[in-house]
Ligand binder design. Sequence first.
Ligand SMILES: *[C@@H]1O[C@H](CO)[C@@H](O)[C@H](O)[C@H]1NC(C)=O
Length: 423
Amino acid sequence: MHANALLAALLAPAAVSAQLNDLAVRAGLKYFGTALREGAINSDAAYAAILKNKSEFGQLVPENGQKWDATEASRGTFTYTQGDITANVAKSTGQGLRCHTMVWYSQLPNWVSGGSWTRATLTSVIETHMANVMGHYLGQCYAWDVANEAVADDGSWRDSIFYRTFGTDFLPISFSAAKKVDPNTKLYYNDYNLEYNGAKTNRAVELVQIVQSAGAPIDGVGFQGHLIVGSTPSRSSLATVLKRFTALGVEVAYTELDIRHSSLPASSAAQVTQGNDFASVVGSCLDVAGCVGVTVWSFTDKYSWIPETFSGQGDALIYDKNFNKKAAWTSISSVLAAKATTTPPPATTLITSVVTTSTSTTTPAPVTSSSSSSSSKPTSSAPPTTALAAHWGQCGGNGWTGPTVCESPWTCKFSNAWYSQCL
Ligand SMILES: *[C@@H]1O[C@H](CO)[C@@H](O)[C@H](O)[C@H]1NC(C)=O
């Protein structure tokens, strides 16, 4: 075997699947995750099989089960039946858990939203809710969304019982209360439409600064990522927005990603655009050091909140209704794979020793004798300077300037106009 091929073979991770979480971890993210629909997991075996596959999804988040209306519908009566569905799956599979959500104006029982509160009494309500619900899941949550959607779409502060009672003080009060209950989870602010870098984004930056300057803890900002095919910002624009937050010392993540078609059925061109849009989002996370992961808001078009909320729109996810992988799945796997194969492996001592061993023990085959040597492999005749793309690596596509030939035994397979991959 040629020294370069040997080196490439040794550096190529053995027996690693091309499933999304495995690729995401190899690309430097902490996870690729999905929301879990509580009403489907115990009745749809095909859904459960994919959702529980840790190679595909490394982290789960309950779609509804931990929200206030599901956990404390009546004051002081706590119910974990729905929230435990996701937590129990994560426990049994070893998948991680994202926890969602505490202080939010929506799916909030009327006894809270319609109550008549002072700062002291509403603080007590928040603290009691957190002590119970966050206490119930203590030690299980990678992150908790402490405050959700506190900014209105025009960039003003969103009207809510919390804002009306406290002004913006409910933010540091909530983050501090959460820290007291669970000092080890990442405390997140979570919102949608931050991706467009407009007035709403500016206000969310201010929100982080308000919490920080009050001396309260905040660890992360979740970009929900409820986007629209053809209107998704570019990869570089998205990275720019993410960096506005990491510059404040918090991590970021895409927490509820879906990219909906605004009319159905989607043409094949629209499906390619959807794939490109998913690639932009996931790629932007790879481009920003403090972006830790991506969560899709369910993975199949069979179970999505979009058609229920936006009539006539949908097909926003990465598997179709019959659990076939869509172009969007391929685009995401391709972007992750490209980064996975370009990230320097951590085992630098191994690389050094392999290079040394190869050069000292491998006699380069003289070019002139290649036809007479029965042991020469055809691959040895390639010029040593020709790099080969590794398994899972990119080998073509618009703008690609890297290798276009795959190392043996892989071949370069066309995915779409901007991406071919060694498979
Ligand atoms: C996860 O899915 C992949 C691809 O379908 C499969 O090869 C692998 O065996 C699955 N893992 C488990 C634990 O089911």
